[in-house]
Design a protein around this ligand. Structure first.
Ligand SMILES: Nc1nc2c(ncn2[C@@H]2O[C@H](COP(=O)(O)OP(=O)(O)O)[C@@H](O)[C@H]2O)c(=O)[nH]1
Ligand SMILES: [Mg+2]
Length: 366
């Protein structure tokens, strides 16, 4: 098959992968808005999987598109494979405030890799939300205190939330004992952080309300709360079947108007809902969990990059580089743009090969 990619340095297609709400759309939209070409945006799918094409331009005025398939679920695997095999490079997005989800982003990337008809396929890691990482690090004790206060309140008053079905419905649940299930804890954490760090919220309208902690959006609040809940309830093995489904969504389990027992009908092997004794959830435990299990450190990023390099011989990747950035800072966008530019050059060094590696390299590493 002839290869015409040399004809232009900065035309082509990059794939952007990563867990739900890691910042794929936000990054690419910001980068596109920085260029002098008007941004184009098309959405192929609504719901839990979205495919977006966004165009960037560099000095020569040529475009390349970025394609963003979302959805870690197995059922989207075929779609990801198809998109993967037509893209010339891949950007892996990792959220620096929820490092336990990195494995999911890497799994998405490596599952696509098995179908890439290239060697030296350029990949880059963009670790997002650097600003929020620094802010939460300083605020960790206050986060923990707000959650402990919220738990205390939940012992005596109902937990209020808004389910997002056809219409927004206010619902209430009561804590039944000191042992708190995943679903309830997730909502208590969201409610505690929302009441401290937002004002004027309008249920069902994410655009309303004021963010009091810069960079801590309602979406960030949910993804962070879920990651924290996972760390505190320590789900194992089969329980992850349900949680990985949940991780493709932004709202909490209760806001989705579902519950563990209903989902068990679909995933009978998942077993009982993870839970934790509230007495174990002290300010220190929560604070340490935030600092040690959720917020990425520079050492974590160094480890990640060396894992990527170790994967490279198996996946055919060539690591173009990595950046830890905030999309709200010009410097961060500058670094991301330079990295993408470098990928466009590296694309020329990738070679089409006939072999298809039908294995999952991630399984061999972790
Ligand atoms: N504080 C902060 N928030 C970010 C950053 N990048 C993305 N976000 C937020 O993360 C949330 C999810 O981003 P989005 O692009 O929709 O995620 P996607 O599901 O990967 O496309 C949004 O609220 C973004 O504003 C960042 O660098 N800093
Ligand atoms: Mg998106």
């Amino acid at each position: 098959m002839s290869d015409t990619r040399e004809e232009s340095i900065n035309a082509g297609r990059l794939l952007v992968v990563g867990t739900q709400a890691g910042g794929k759309t936000a990054l690419v939209t910001k980068l596109a808005a920085r260029t002098d070409q008007s941004m184009s945006y098309e959405e192929d799918f609504g719901g839990t999987i979205e495919t977006e094409y966004l165009r960037l331009s560099f000095d020569e005025g040529r475009f390349f598109s970025l394609l963003l398939p979302v959805g870690g679920q197995q059922k989207w695997q075929k779609l990801r494979e198809r998109f993967g095999s037509t893209a010339e490079g891949m950007i892996i997005i990792l959220d620096s405030c929820t490092k336990k989800f990195w494995l999911n982003s890497l799994s998405q990337a490596s599952s696509i890799s098995s179908f890439l008809p290239y060697d030296n396929y350029p990949i880059a890691a963009v670790i997002t939300k650097r600003d929020l990482n620094e802010i939460i690090r300083k605020e960790a004790e206050n986060f923990a205190q707000a959650i402990v206060d919220g738990l205390k309140e939940a012992k005596t008053s109902p937990i209020v939330y808004y389910s997002r079905g056809f219409r927004i419905t206010e619902r209430k649940i009561h804590l039944l004992s000191n042992v708190i299930p995943f679903t309830t804890l997730e909502q208590v954490i969201i409610n505690s952080l929302e009441s401290k760090y937002f004002t004027g919220l309008v249920p069902g309208n994410a655009r309303q309300g004021k963010v009091l902690l810069p960079g801590f959006s309602l979406v960030n609040c949910r993804i962070f709360s879920r990651a924290l809940t996972q760390e505190l309830t320590k789900p194992k093995g089969d329980q992850m079947q349900i949680l990985s489904l949940l991780n493709d969504m932004r709202p909490s389990m209760l806001e989705l108007d579902t519950n563990w027992v209903d989902l068990l009908q679909k995933y009978p092997k998942a077993g009982a809902e993870p839970q934790v004794n509230m007495d174990d959830l002290t300010v220190d435990v929560i604070k340490d969990t935030i600092l040690n299990n959720l917020l990425a450190s520079e050492a974590d990023i160094t480890d990640l990059v060396s894992e990527l390099k170790k994967l490279s011989p198996k996946t055919g990747w060539k690591v173009s580089g990595h950046e830890h950035i905030s999309i709200f800072e010009d410097e961060g966008l500058e670094y991301a743009a330079a990295l993408i530019r470098k990928m466009m050059v590296d694309v020329k060094e990738s070679e089409r090969v006939d072999k298809f590696n039908l294995f999952n390299p991630i399984e061999q590493l972790f």
